[in-house]
Design a protein around this ligand. Structure first.
Ligand code: HEC
Length: 140
């Protein structure tokens, strides 16, 4: 072996990780393996981004340093009511749903309709705003 190919290039860990992540996203997302980079970034009327909506509508309870609502880091794909360090209502613990894109949007538009008895108020978002927040949450 002349050492033409360094082991560093043979072992392509980052690429494998990216591929795995893409596969997971494709499997848990809308089913069509959507490309996250092509998703809408700003609201067509307000011009706000998902993170700006999050700051306005969610952060007062869900910011990392607060305990009013559970942490939303890695919420995408998580089973509802499953963090051990947050005291959820029985309603959400027994809901038996996971945080898919569809469920997150539904939660923002009408929490009680998704999980009757959930201790979360309506956020007064339109569907586009809710989608932007999910796009943001998917990246957390
Ligand atoms: C007034 C406080 C408050 C606001 C504002 C709020 N939430 Fe919540 N959220 C909560 C509480 C409290 C819970 C736990 C509900 C329970 O135990 O029934 C919760 C639960 C959740 C969960 C379930 C997490 C899990 O671990 O299962 C998600 C997802 C969520 N909120 C997303 C959002 C998003 C997105 C927004 C902004 C659009 C938002 N919330 C705004 C208080 C809030």
């Amino acid at each position: 072996m002349g050492g033409v190919q360094s082991p560093r290039f043979v072992c392509c860990r980052p690429a494998a990780l990216v591929a795995t992540l893409a596969a997971v996203l494709a499997a848990t997302g809308c089913g069509d393996g959507e490309d996250l980079s092509k998703l809408r970034m700003t609201h067509s009327e307000s011009g706000l981004t998902g993170s700006e909506y999050f700051a306005q509508k969610c952060a007062q309870c869900h910011a990392a340093n607060l305990t009013i609502g559970p942490s939303l880091n890695n919420v995408y794909g998580r089973k509802a009511g499953s963090l051990s360090n947050f005291k959820y209502t029985d309603a959400i613990k027994q809901s038996d749903i996971s945080w898919t894109r569809e469920n997150l949007i539904q939660l923002m538009l009408d929490p009680q309709d998704l999980v009757e008895g959930i201790n979360m108020i309506e956020s007064n978002l339109d569907e586009e705003g809710a989608e932007l927040i999910v796009n943001y949450l998917e990246r957390l």
